[in-house]
Design a protein around this ligand. Structure first.
Ligand code: PMP
Length: 405
């Protein structure tokens, strides 16, 4: 095994716990937790547990300080030094629902929301619900036969009626990177706000969220090597000040009375109730750990592994890759079908080789429709994957397609 990968795997408790063969290729669904994130979670629950934002004793003060440090770490990972732009959520799904609610006052009859055909259901359904609630129209930008967003077609759908554009940064089916900066410029030109589903981009290294030209950016902690239960949404500072709250309750208020309630400033306005404190601390720890990696090397390795995976799949006669055959503008996520076999059966058979993959519609049924299928197998890479993982998948597929078709 590559020595860098060996070193990386030491940072993940799972690799000491699960006996080989263990080839974890389901990272787009949930990635493994890194040691520092697991430790932050454990330390809080066993040695530092107190509620945040309200206590005045030392234990509670320390919990609040750690919570705010996590916010600073997550902000730094997104290239901003303004932690108040980060609101903690339970994950991408909640972040996108939050976005659909706080932007609803801008919607209504005569207004439109623009999404794309490659979206995860969590960036479709909240907007459909918002459209139903407000009377706004939902428009859909198409993709080509490889699943690449047709940005020209998206631009043609933009006019001054469009109030919100909601788009994924990276597809969870094809790994395709969307040119968010171009979409952002086009959205701004008609006065629309841009919401980005960053669930599949965030685990692949730090970037400058402001440079993307978007307004809100949602993601999950469990896909970026932290715990389940916490994620965040970045909201551009100037916009956040103008937005109404999402959920009502404790901690999101300035003053409550029956004559009328006033709200706290961002980000607390968007954080009603007791948050998932341990998972938030884990998210901060994961962001700090991710910032220590050499991303040039990690990206180069991911590209080489993605190419190896694509070439290996293309060499197997029974396989149809959904999406591009090349690595241009894509991350290490590859979906494919095995002729004559259901995706779930393939995944179960691969498990016999110690290979963990995902089978199904990947919560992207409109994209599956575009590919003319209902289900596929998906392999997705993380920095701790190496050639042996990809080769185990390819060998498994070769045996399966020979034996069972
Ligand atoms: N968007 C994308 C692109 C995703 O891949 C996922 C997770 N599969 C989600 C949203 C939803 O994330 P979560 O379930 O963590 O809220």
């Amino acid at each position: 095994m590559n020595s860098e990968v060996t070193e990386l795997r030491r940072a993940f408790p799972i690799f000491a716990a699960v006996p080989p063969p263990f080839h974890y290729l389901d990272n787009a669904a949930t990635a493994q937790i890194c040691h520092s994130a697991a430790e932050a979670l454990h330390a809080f629950e066993t040695r530092g547990r107190a509620n945040v934002k309200r206590g005045v004793y030392r234990l509670a003060d320390a919990a609040t300080a750690a919570f705010e440090e996590a916010r600073t770490a997550v902000a730094a990972y997104l290239g901003t030094d303004d932690p108040s732009e980060i609101a903690f959520t339970s994950g991408t799904t909640m972040g996108l629902n939050l976005a659909a609610h706080v932007l609803s006052p801008r919607l209504g009859p005569g207004r439109a929301i623009l999404v794309s055909e490659l979206e995860h259901h969590s960036n479709i359904v909240p907007w459909q619900m918002a459209a139903e609630r407000t009377g706004a129209e939902l428009r859909v930008a198409p993709v080509d036969e490889e699943g690449r967003l047709l940005v020209d077609r998206l631009e043609a759908l933009l006019d001054e009626r469009v109030a919100v554009v909601a788009i994924a940064h990276v597809s969870n089916v094809t790994g395709i990177l969307v040119d968010v900066a171009r979409v952002g410029a086009a959205a701004r030109a008609v006065g629309a706000l841009l919401v980005v589903d960053g669930a599949q981009r965030v685990p692949h290294g730090p970037f400058d969220v402001r440079a993307l030209g978007c307004d809100l950016y949602a993601f999950s902690g469990h896909k970026m090597f932290a715990a389940t239960g916490a994620g965040a949404i970045w909201i551009r500072r100037e916009l956040a000040e103008e937005l109404p709250p999402f959920l009502g309750g404790g901690e999101m208020i300035a003053r409550v009375s029956f004559a009328g309630t006033t709200y706290a400033r961002p980000p607390h306005r968007f954080e009603a109730g007791t948050p998932a404190i341990g998972p938030v601390l884990a998210l901060g720890a994961a962001a700090r750990w991710l910032l220590t990696l050499n991303w040039q090397t990690v990206r180069r390795r991911e590209e080489a592994l993605t190419a190896r995976l694509l070439d290996g799949l293309a060499a197997l006669p029974a396989i149809r890759i959904l999406g591009p055959r090349d690595i241009r503008d894509r991350f290490g996520i590859v979906a494919f079908e095995v002729a004559g076999l259901h995706a779930h059966d393939v995944c179960q058979l691969l498990d016999g080789f110690g290979v963990c993959t995902r089978g199904g519609h990947h919560c992207a049924q409109p994209l599956m429709d575009r590919f003319g299928t209902v289900a596929s197998v998906r392999a997705s890479l993380a920095p701790y994957n190496d050639e042996a993982d990809v080769d185990a998948l390819l060998t498994g597929l070769e045996v399966i397609s020979r034996k069972f078709r």
